[in-house]
Design a protein around this ligand. Structure first.
Ligand SMILES: C[S@@+](CC[C@H](N)C(=O)[O-])C[C@H]1O[C@@H](n2cnc3c(N)ncnc32)[C@H](O)[C@@H]1O
Length: 289
């Protein structure tokens, strides 16, 4: 491959110049950018003597649009308001069940859609988990968590330890500060679930229950079968895996065939599961071991 892209940092900054992408790590944007670059594109992009000229070219324009589209599909589409816009408010909440938490939950599409149901749904979910044998002293993993950890107040029994992760370091750092300020026994860290770093990390971890809420579709788009590999690798007694029943914005319903692969996979692994639902989301409670 042709060596380094001369205007790499300028291109990354330009890609990020969108409200919905501003909290993403530059290193993650770089990873996606580089995965879409060919030798001939690098040669063309490096042939300009200034970034001003480079960004006017067709190759640069197309590369920026394509990278933004991928980042939007994986991350940006869910951001209704970046958490960092409300940093001060988040860090000055009176308690984890401050009324303002609900406003913050509405800043992410997934928690926004789930907001009317947390108070009735979480108790039902944990009733099911406890009836299947989850210990009342449980550790919880929340992977590709979005802003869901901020719904801590709705958990009917608090976990002894809560570990949350998603791809933005800025957002995970804010969620971690929320945990620290509210004296919650928890940690939030940025991780790409498809990275070797994450594989190494989870190889040493054990959870009682792991949430993968509306997360697997995002992973499958990137790499087919990656979620099966991930589910296999996570050391947990239970998974709670959810899928949307309607498209973002609620206009179209999503066909059940879109999740049949998951049911087949559980059956193949001899993992038993039950289902629960709220109007726009279907949850699988899976007993792994
Ligand atoms: C539909 S949202 C669900 C958020 C949260 N689980 C919920 O249901 O409230 C999908 C989430 O997956 C995250 N995501 C996408 N690809 C990821 C990856 N490779 N590693 C970690 N998180 C990822 C996105 O940033 C986004 O927050």
């Amino acid at each position: 491959m042709e060596s380094k892209l001369v205007f790499e940092s300028e291109i990354i900054s330009l890609i990020q110049d969108k409200q919905e992408l501003k909290s993403l790590d530059k290193s993650y944007i770089k990873k996606i950018l580089l995965s879409n670059l060919s030798d001939s594109m690098i040669k063309k992009l490096n042939s300009y003597s200034s970034f001003k000229q480079c960004k006017r070219g067709k190759v640069c324009g197309e590369l920026i649009s394509l990278t933004r589209k991928i980042l939007r599909d994986r991350y940006g589409v869910f951001i209704r308001t970046p958490l960092s816009n409300y940093k001060k408010k988040l860090l000055s909440l009176s308690s984890f069940d401050d009324d303002y938490v609900d406003s913050i939950l509405s800043f992410h599409q997934s928690t926004f859609e789930r907001l009317p149901y947390y108070s009735s749904f979480y108790p039902l979910l944990f009733k099911e988990l406890f009836s299947l044998g989850l210990s009342e002293k449980f550790s919880l993993g929340d992977f590709a968590c979005g802003y869901n950890p901020l719904a801590y107040k709705y958990l009917p029994v608090k976990p002894t330890n809560y570990f949350a992760c998603d791809i933005s370091s800025d957002e995970m750092s804010l969620i971690n500060s929320f945990f620290v300020n509210q004296k919650i026994s928890a940690e939030a860290r940025s991780f790409d679930l498809l990275s070797d770093d994450f594989s190494n990390f989870i190889s040493n971890q054990k959870f009682d229950v792991v949430f993968l809420l509306k997360a697997l579709d995002s992973l499958e788009i990137v790499k087919k079968h990656s979620s099966k590999k991930l589910l296999d690798a996570i050391n947990t007694h239970f998974f709670v895996v959810s899928f949307p029943l309607v498209s973002i914005g609620g206009k179209n319903s999503i066909d059940s065939t879109k999740r049949s692969w998951f049911e087949k996979f559980c059956e193949k692994q001899s993992w038993s599961y039950s289902t629960l639902s709220v109007p726009n989301e279907l949850f699988y409670v899976v007993k792994k071991e």
